[in-house]
Design a protein around this ligand. Structure first.
Ligand SMILES: O=C(CO)[C@@H](O)[C@H](O)COP(=O)(O)O
Ligand SMILES: [Fe+2]
Length: 236
């Protein structure tokens, strides 16, 4: 069984008002915060690193932290970096809940999954649009989540690639109970394709952070996913 999860990408928020932007999307129904970490090498852009994630962790405590009245969220870190192994310990320390590495960035994905788990984080693997989905078939049983990129990683605000949907469908058929995330160009117009293909974790940056009614967009995305999971008998 899987749940619908909406993960706004903070890349689309105002970095000078990050705490405020994060609280706003959480209060509007967001389940996770999607944190895009880019190193200027794996992708042609630089975003943020562990000092910002550590500060954000103070502003947005972990789910289940009963010592703080602040809005809480799961930190889903999308690591668009070379040599992801280098950053596992640091990201665990600064408060990441999940570490998503790129398949293309590592020589030993299974060893990396074990390293991530040994630091008490969930382990996920992402594939770029040009990477075939079958690279995840052997790794799938060891993962908490697979991420199918629906844009070329590097920038927010790009056009959704509908031709990635067969990858999502293939993963959902093979791993009915796994979290399957889509990332890039998701909003009210494109969610029907991703939900129909079987995605349950929806990253949405531009569509959520620029919405006139944030709660409306988040609940629309969730509803589309719920309807499709229910049709597959997987909603739980
Ligand atoms: O990882 C990435 C881009 O590399 C994404 O997380 C985007 O930042 C999503 O932004 P939108 O396409 O929803 O604006
Ligand atoms: Fe991302």
């Amino acid at each position: 069984m899987v749940k619908p999860i909406v993960a706004p990408s903070i890349l689309a928020s105002d970095f000078a008002n990050l705490e405020c932007g994060c609280h706003k999307v959480i209060n509007a129904g967001a389940d996770w915060l999607h944190i895009d970490v880019m190193d200027g090498h794996f992708v042609p852009n630089i975003t943020l690193g562990q000092p910002i994630v550590a500060s954000l962790r103070k502003a947005v405590p972990r789910v289940g932290d009963t010592t703080s009245p602040k809005p809480k969220a799961f930190f889903d870190c999308h690591m668009m970096v070379e040599s992801p192994e280098r950053w596992v310990a640091d990201f665990a320390k600064c408060g990441a809940d999940q570490f998503t590495f790129h398949y293309e960035a590592t020589e030993d994905p299974l060893a990396l999954v074990k390293l991530i788990r040994s630091h008490n984080m969930k382990a996920a693997c992402a594939i770029k649009p040009g990477t075939p989905v079958d690279v995840l078939y052997e790794l799938g049983p060891h993962l908490d989540m697979a991420l199918v990129m629906t844009v070329e990683p590097g920038f927010g605000g790009q056009k959704f690639m509908i031709d990635m949907m067969p990858k999502v469908e293939a993963l959902r058929n093979k791993f009915p109970h796994m979290n399957i995330q889509v990332d890039g160009g998701l909003g009210k117009e494109t969610i029907p394709h991703a939900a129909k293909a079987g995605a349950n974790v929806i990253v949405a940056g531009t569509s959520v952070f620029t919405a006139a009614d944030t709660a409306d967009v988040i609940s629309y995305l969730k509803q589309e996913v719920s309807t499709n999971l229910e049709a597959r008998g997987l909603l739980g």
